[in-house]
Design a protein around this ligand. Structure first.
Ligand code: HEC
Length: 172
C-alpha cells in the first residue's frame, strides 16, 4: 500500500469514527432525555410527600377496609385496657339504656327490691336470660341488650355488675 493510499484509507476511517461518535452522542441524548425525571422539588409539600412513612394509616385513609378495621381495633383495645371493669363498661355502653331508668320495666341498677327475686334464681339463669333474651312478667329483655356485637363474657360481666350493685344496696 502506497503512502497516499494509506493516507486516504486512514482519513476515511477517522471520518467514519467521528461520524459514528456524533450519531452515538445524539442517540444517547435522546434516550437519556426520555428517562430523565422532572427536577426534584424542594417545595415543603413535595418533600413531606417523599419522606412520609410507607406504612402510614388512618390519616384520611383512602381504603374503605381500613376505615372499617381501625375503629373496631380501637374499640377492642379499650375493652382490654378497661379489663378490671369490663362489666361496668359494657353496662354503661349497652345495658344502661334500659336498666338505669327502668325503661320497659327493666329492673333498675342497684334496686334491691327489683333484683332480689331475680338474683335468687341463680347466676346461670340470669346469664342465659341476658345472653339469649327473656320475656318476663314485666317486659322484654333483648338478647345481649340488643347489642349482638358483645362477647358472651362481656354480657356476663355486665350481669355480674348489675347483681353486685343490687347486693350492695341490700346490705346498706
Ligand atoms: C331494651 C331495654 C333493655 C336493655 C338494653 C337491656 N335490658 Fe336487661 N332487661 C330488660 C327488661 C325489660 C327486663 C325485665 C324483663 C322481665 O322480667 O319482664 C330485663 C331483665 C334483665 C335481667 C334479669 C333477667 C331475669 O331472669 O330476671 C338481666 C340479668 C338483664 N336484664 C341484664 C341485662 C344486661 C347485662 C344488659 C346489657 C348487656 C341488658 N340487660 C340490657 C330490658 C333491657
Amino acid at each position: 500500500m502506497s503512502d497516499r493510499a494509506f493516507l486516504k484509507f486512514f482519513s476515511g476511517l477517522i471520518a467514519t469514527l467521528v461520524a459514528l461518535t456524533v450519531v452515538m452522542f445524539i442517540v444517547a441524548n435522546v434516550v437519556d432525555g426520555k428517562a430523565k425525571k422532572p427536577e426534584a422539588s424542594l417545595d415543603a409539600k413535595a418533600v413531606a410527600e417523599r419522606i412520609k412513612p410507607v406504612g402510614e394509616i388512618g390519616v384520611a385513609s383512602s381504603s374503605p377496609v381500613l376505615d372499617l378495621i381501625i375503629p373496631v381495633a380501637a374499640a377492642k383495645k379499650k375493652v382490654v385496657a378497661d379489663d378490671g371493669n369490663v362489666g361496668k363498661k359494657v353496662y354503661n355502653g349497652t345495658c344502661s339504656t334500659c336498666h338505669t331508668a327502668g325503661i320497659a320495666g327493666a329492673p333498675k341498677l342497684g334496686d334491691w327490691a327489683a333484683w332480689k327475686d331475680r338474683i335468687a334464681q341463680g347466676n346461670d339463669l340470669l346469664y342465659t336470660h341476658a345472653l339469649k333474651g327473656f320475656a318476663g312478667k314485666v317486659g322484654f329483655m333483648p338478647a345481649k341488650g340488643g347489642n349482638s356485637a358483645l362477647a358472651d363474657d362481656d354480657v356476663k360481666a355486665a350481669v355480674d355488675f348489675l347483681v353486685h350493685e343490687a347486693q350492695e344496696k341490700a346490705t346498706k
